[in-house]
Design a binder for this molecule. Sequence first.
Ligand code: PEP
Length: 238
Amino acid sequence: MKYIMLNHKMNLEYKTIKKYIKQLATIDTKGHSLIVFPSDIYLTNFIDSKFMVGSQNASSNKDGAYTGEVSASQLRSLGVQYSLVGHSERRKYFKETNQDINKKIRLLLINKIIPVLCVGESLNDKNSAATKEVIFRQLQGALDKLSSKDIENLIIAYEPVWAIGSGQIPTNEEIEGVIFYIKDLIYKNFKVKVHVLYGGSVNENNIDIIKQTKGIDGYLLGGVSLHLDKVQELIYKL
Ligand code: PEP
């Protein structure tokens, strides 16, 4: 079983979402675990579908006067089971820090929502051979003072920033190197095993190659997630 996470980002309007939900009901998951991350305004539309639902973000505050924000407890009250945290687009455009991410993870865990922590290096980091160092810092900040029990309820997504939406992907050896680096680091520090996904330009055409990488527990799909026929094709190839 692999996780297949569909991150819609800020896409799809209401009419299209309704069609999407109908098509979603026809998807054959082949035993894989499919989770949809639509825009917050559509979360309730997905809650009654047969698939699990996640939010793309959650507030780093518990509740109160934070106009435009959505809290982990509000998400929980809808039945949301997963939430992305620290996606590179949020780090870049909304200046999210590892400290903000740490607060979000804590609130999500308190509310029994599984955080999907996104980490990954920029092209600059990669070119200066700093990938592992950057990921180490992201994990150190995001997981600060969490317990082994917390880590057991968390998923990590390795998403090289330069691979997201670019059509470029690392080699299988590069992905494998980072995935096992993360798994070993977590085991060394928390004595628990963590699931690690890969995300960044995965599609129905390159999955045949990417799936040969050892250690991948699933995929976070952005662009492709908007086209369920492509998602189905990808699932058939897993
Ligand atoms: C993402 O945004 O998490 C992502 C993986 O996007 P894409 O598949 O479009 O690269």
